[in-house]
Design a protein around this ligand. Structure first.
Ligand code: COA
Length: 247
């Protein structure tokens, strides 16, 4: 695979109204990064993401020297699955739940790499997770599980099934602030594992922000362990300063 090749991300570009790309492939040398930046400038890419294993320190230094800024640290957690019954209180989402699910997602997920980067339009940053949960209900996720009465759920978890890898992934979990610390999150994760095991998945994965210690504890209690840690960098190849602050 070519080091640091440029891949355009269509959904992100449409959502933020910017042309957004990602440095794909393994981390490369300083020269390979300059080649990738030349391609990005030629293709008028506003923002480039790079996700670099946190232990690849040299790759991080190369990106920083070229003006990229670390915006978040992503942890990948996993656990193996065995057939199990899920908690009775958890159900699939219903159409009447959607306004409440959107409301939860508007406030539950504040500290994102997009919020940390002044280059992204603030209104789009604020709408990001609301759009994520709406799209998940409309088919982006294979299942959205909730707990609570129809029309006023306490919280939700979105789920993805990778048939080729026989693995499932948790996309997003959010609990309304007034219903936290009552076991809703733990029950939704137990239900998620039961759903995935019912599809013959042998493994469940989830990405968590390193700064979100509460969520890490939730998954650790459910038997998840860390697989990897990676740093998200953002660069803005068309701007004098890649920090994303307009010059
Ligand atoms: C992280 C999050 C999903 C946890 O959900 P939750 O419903 O509060 O989770 P639980 O109630 O199962 O566990 C939370 C805590 O309450 C405690 N708890 C659970 N049931 C309890 C009860 N009946 N009485 C007292 N404490 C209880 C747990 O031990 C846990 O303690 P800890 O904070 O010391 O680890 C929730 O805080 C949230 O929505 N956060 C914002 C969104 C987010 O960060 N999502 C994760 C990334 S996608």
């Amino acid at each position: 695979m070519i080091a640091w090749s440029v891949e355009v991300l269509d959904w992100d570009s449409r959502f933020f109204g910017l042309k957004i790309g990602k440095l794909a492939g393994p981390p490369g040398s300083s020269l390979e990064l300059q080649d990738a930046l030349n391609v990005a400038r030629r293709d008028r890419i506003d923002c480039l993401y790079a996700l670099v294993p946190t232990e690849a320190l040299e790759a991080g230094w190369i990106l920083e020297r070229a003006g990229f800024v670390a915006r978040d640290v992503r942890l990948e957690f996993t656990r193996s699955l065995a057939p199990q019954a899920g908690p009775a209180d958890v159900r699939h989402w219903a159409e009447a739940d959607l306004p409440a699910l959107e409301k939860i997602s508007e406030t539950a997920f504040g500290a994102t790499r997009f919020a940390a980067d002044p280059g992204f339009p603030r209104d789009a940053v604020a709408r990001f997770y609301r759009t994520w949960v709406t799209n998940s209900c409309r088919g982006f996720a294979q299942a959205v599980l909730v707990e609570g009465p129809v029309g006023s759920p306490f919280g939700f978890v979105t789920l993805h099934h990778d048939q080729d890898a026989s693995a499932a992934r948790i996309g997003l979990i959010g609990i309304a602030s007034e219903h936290r610390s009552k076991g809703v999150g733990s029950r939704l994760i137990a239900a998620a594992m039961s759903w995935a095991a019912g599809l013959d998945c042998g493994e469940m994965r989830v990405a968590i922000q390193a700064g979100n210690v509460g969520a890490q504890r939730l998954y650790q209690r459910a038997g998840f362990t860390t697989v990897s840690a990676s740093t998200w960098y953002h660069g803005w190849p068309l701007r004098d300063s890649q920090s994303g602050i307009p010059s």
